[in-house]
Design a protein around this ligand. Structure first.
Ligand SMILES: [Zn+2]
Ligand SMILES: [Zn+2]
Length: 358
């Protein structure tokens, strides 16, 4: 089979490798769609682990199953989560599934930006979801990234009517501002340097926008919010500068959510008096658990959220590198979905196509 293999941010190759073999309690999935994740652009994290097959946001069809597999059948359309908790370790018993001590022990092999992948028994039993008929493969892939967003919103304290500021309007920021109203948000403000992304934000659920290139964020925020800062600030840009800016834009009694990981250095310095006297609460969420992914799927099936609007591009496996570079440029794109067996495998068209006849 063919696979997109990551070496570094300037080197992604399409390579041949064997179709994975499966054990008696595993299944083989034919990958129809696989999202490229913003996290895959973090060269500092991935280059030391290269070469590796890309992808962890898959949707596909079960084409083979082991003799002991009971709950799934060949032909099932499925989404599979890549990190799955064990359910029995200390953190799992506390309900903190994304902190599971065994989270990364079991993996989708060899990745998902490839023609086929193996689903180990843990992933199969704890976080494989049948895709409802009215949800496309591409939409189903967002169960992972927007599952992370949903997990973040669950630990963020939004009171009904609260003004929520989302810093960064990439795919994850778009998820936060799109779903914050489902948690009771009043005004939702999108802040980004790109006017294209800010415009897109307005169609995804933002009520207001701030572009720091041309506007003073604090002044504009106070204008929008009756003189106050934001009740809730969510940072989706992975730098300490933006963590600090977010910290400074939280109103007294408010909440700061860290929605993206920075590099280990430089350290983050904050004003401790501001932290103490504002009684600000701070949260973070690292990944999506099995509750988050299944809840996203239910919202997709119910038409409560619109992933199509945020999936801006789709491409063939051969175009993975150009799609990756386009995401790195952070221009007029949010999420790109790769179709390892061809775009025509999708049940209905979504978004723009990258490549020769686009
Ligand atoms: Zn992801
Ligand atoms: Zn565990």
């Amino acid at each position: 089979m063919r696979a997109a293999v990551y070496y570094n941010n300037s080197d992604i190759r399409i390579e041949e490798m064997p179709i994975p073999e499966i054990g008696p309690d595993e299944v083989l999935v034919k990958t129809i769609a696989s999202g490229i994740c913003g996290g895959e652009l973090m060269e500092w994290y991935h280059a030391p682990r290269a070469p590796k097959v890309m992808g962890h946001e898959p949707a596909g069809i079960i084409v083979d199953k082991g003799s002991q597999v009971k709950n799934f059948n060949v032909g099932d359309r499925v989404f599979v989560n890549h990190y799955v908790s064990c359910g029995t370790c200390r953190q799992c018993l506390r309900g903190r599934f994304t902190l599971c001590e065994h989270l990364k022990e079991s993996k989708l092999f060899p990745g998902t930006t490839c023609e086929y992948f193996r689903v180990p028994s843990r992933q199969l039993n704890r976080d494989t979801l049948i895709i409802p008929d009215n949800v496309t493969f591409a939409e189903a892939t967002v169960c992972e990234p927007w599952g992370c967003v949903l997990g973040g919103l669950k630990v963020t304290e939004i009171l009904p009517g609260d003004t929520v500021l989302v810093i960064g309007a990439g795919f994850m920021g778009m998820g936060f501002l799109h779903m914050a109203p489902l948690f009771g948000a009043g005004k939702v403000i999108s802040m980004d340097l790109s006017d294209w992304r800010l415009n897109k934000s307005l169609s995804m659920g933002a009520t207001h926008t701030i572009n720091p290139k041309t506007e003073n964020p604090e002044e504009k925020l106070r204008d929008i919010n009756g003189g106050y800062l934001a009740d809730v600030v969510i940072v989706t840009v992975p730098t300490v500068q933006l963590y600090s800016q977010g910290h400074n834009l939280v109103e007294r009694g408010g909440f700061l959510h860290l929605g993206a990981p920075t590099m280990p250095e430089p350290l983050w310095t904050i004003n401790p008096q501001r932290q103490y006297f504002t009684e600000m609460k701070v949260s973070a969420k690292y990944s999506a658990d099995h509750n988050d992914t299944s809840q996203i799927m239910k919202w997709l099936a119910a038409g409560r959220i619109d992933a199509k609007a945020a999936i801006t591009h789709r491409c063939e496996l051969d175009d993975t590198f150009s799609a990756f570079r386009m995401m790195l440029d952070a221009g007029e794109s949010l999420k790109t979905v790769v179709y390892p067996h061809g775009i025509d495998q999708e049940i209905q068209p979504v978004s723009k196509k990258i490549g020769t006849d686009s």
